[in-house]
Design a protein around this ligand. Sequence first.
Ligand code: PLP
Length: 395
Amino acid sequence: MSSNLIPTYAPPNLVFERGEGVYLYDVDGGKWLDFIAGIAVNALGHCHPALVSALQEQSQKLWHVSNMFDVPMREQLAARYCADTFADLVFFTNSGTEAIEGLLKAARRYHFENNQPERIEILTFQGAFHGRSYGAINAGGNPAYLKGFGPAMSGFKQLPFADEQAFIDAISDTTAAVLIEPVQGEGGLRAAPEDFLRLLRAKCDETGALLLYDEIQCGAGRTGKLFAHQWTDAEPDGMAVAKGVGGGFPLGAFLLTEEVGKNMVVGTHGSTYGGNPLAMAVGIALWDEISKPETMDNVIKVGNFLKQQLAGLADNYDDIVMEPRGKGLLVGLKLHDKYVAKNLANLAREQGLLIGAAGDNVIRMAPPLIITESHASEAIAKLDRALQKAREETG
Ligand SMILES: *Cc1c(COP(=O)(O)O)cnc(C)c1O
């Protein structure tokens, strides 16, 4: 045994030394085009000057005081989130899975306070990924992530993704909440149809269930709106965010309407680090960049270009590729069974392009939101060569 790390990951033999914009540089001087961005995290690329100076400045003033004391920047960032969304109230976390935990607790607490303590069932969808804590793996329902960790928690029911009838049959006035990613990330870049989100909203209104969005991956501007559900009028009662909102600094949050959030009174929830000054300084600087209309215009423009180029590859390699997937700058290709997404991602890496694999045999791109069409063309050329190699290898 040569490592002291618990072997939950198997990274390639590659070590990065620094990053700048859309590129990473390894310890041997190699240059890499980063189209996965720490799994949809580095929204502004690597070492964006606005984030570097926010972090540097804050690091010389104050790092941490815990939630025993007020941190005015928390109010400032929460006010930004609330101004740009359905939400009235925000709780800051350090990660996505914690944001999901808080969201689930808030949903159950809401029904408890409304004299329906038995109303605990959360409806979720196949292919979902909500994180790795106990609550989140039970919400996600992926058997591989649940295996060996004790009995499944009660109060979660999984439905086929975007299946209207299955949903209508499942929801009732005993349902506590419905939790969905408007665009599934790990599940294979599947976007829920806008009408499906509207149906969820309508049925939640009818039954009194809460609608909860997991926008940890598809939020923070990734689809060309600050949050993916904002392509529709189907607003939630609660939402979890993380990944891109920190731009590489650990930061998440759950956002609630006043109606739901007012029940989370003193003592109901907590976090030692949540809303830490360093995270707040970076979170504010990041939000001020991505909430500029130019940033979202860029995501839409370059996202359309990239999707078009991917569609071109799908045509040229229809023996390998089934279809392009995704929305905005969360896009990829679903492969035929004969090819394995992870292998194609490895072949892309051999071409100097960093991409990921998602579930459902999909290769995933989640580049920084600041990429240009020329970065997209560079990625497509590299992916083209990787597809050529895959064809040669598999024949
Ligand atoms: C990554 C992710 C999570 C978990 O976030 P962590 O920060 O890894 O805990 C939850 N939901 C979705 C949709 C994600 O993509």
